[in-house]
Design a protein around this ligand. Structure first.
Ligand code: NAD
Length: 253
């Protein structure tokens, strides 16, 4: 049977790469994104249906999940991918509203989607949930405390979900991407340059030198790990936080 897959924030980046990879493998994929242009673009791809929804808005996600599960006729795989970088800077300068927003988009969103998928998966007695964390969920991350807090929370949530859902045949894992080449990291580098007074080039080199492979990863590298976790090849893997990062030893640039 074709896999029935839901991906949040699937209009660009890792979410889009995962949606494309799974659709090419024959899955029926429903993605949401907050950006209508990205939705229109990804919705052109065969096997992908796309809708505008904001993971920080409960009513919007209720509608998206209800419609996705109805049109797919169930749900085999939920990829909780949405996450924002949040504010950069030393903790005492951060705006609490921006901290709350980061936690909402990066963590609470996973409760909004999962509460729709879980009852269906329990009834099927099968299902896979992949939560996108970050290497920022494995180490401290100076000048990005809201993001680090959010991503550590994603890993705690993942392990707890795996314990609650294992008896129903539902697997839950986190994927921890390292720095992904693209516009988002360009933005993160700018934030950190502003917070530290160092140049963007120095910060970029610092990010590259954090990892054993000395390189950023591509969205497709992360999508392949998501595809593996969604597949029967991973049938005994649950409750794990799997880095796709070239091996990070520290988040200090
Ligand atoms: P991205 O910044 O490229 O954005 C992907 C999509 O998210 C965009 O199309 C955007 O419109 C959408 N989006 C943003 N806010 C949304 C919302 N509230 N509701 C719905 N859609 C929304 O994302 P990315 O870099 O591919 O990151 C995906 C996930 O991977 C995130 O959880 C992120 O924290 C994590 N991650 C990214 C990196 C990286 O270097 N890019 C590294 C580690 C972890």
């Amino acid at each position: 049977m074709e896999l029935r897959v839901v991906v949040t924030a699937g209009g660009a980046g890792i979410g889009r790469a995962a949606a494309e990879l799974l659709a090419v493998a024959g899955a029926q994929v429903s993605v949401c994104d907050i950006d209508p242009l990205a939705v229109a673009d990804v919705g052109e791809i065969e096997g992908i249906a796309a809708s505008v929804a904001d993971v920080a808005d409960t009513a919007s996600i209720d509608r998206f999940m209800f419609e996705s599960i109805a049109s797919l006729g169930g749900i085999d795989v939920l990829v909780n991918n949405a996450g924002i970088a949040g504010p950069g800077g030393v903790l005492e300068d951060l705006d609490p509203d921006e901290v709350t927003r980061t936690l909402d988009v990066d963590v609470t969103s996973m409760f909004r989607t999962s509460r729709h998928a879980i009852p269906v998966m329990k009834q099927q007695r099968s299902g896979v949930i992949v939560n996108i964390a970050s290497t920022a969920g494995l180490f401290g991350f100076p000048y990005r405390s809201p993001y680090a807090a959010a991503k550590w929370a994603v890993i705690g949530l993942t392990k707890t979900m795996a314990m609650e859902l294992g008896e129903f045949g539902i697997r839950v894992n986190a994927v921890c991407p390292g720095s992904v080449a693209g516009t988002r990291m360009d933005h993160v580098i700018k934030l950190e340059a502003a917070a530290t007074g160092r140049t963007g080039e120095e910060i970029r080199a610092g990010f590259e030198q954090q990892v054993s492979l000395q390189t950023f990863v591509d969205a497709v590298d992360v999508a392949q790990a998501i595809g593996f976790l969604a597949s029967p090849a991973a049938s005994k893997i649950t409750g794990q936080a799997i880095p796709v990062d070239g091996h990070t030893e520290s988040m200090r640039t």
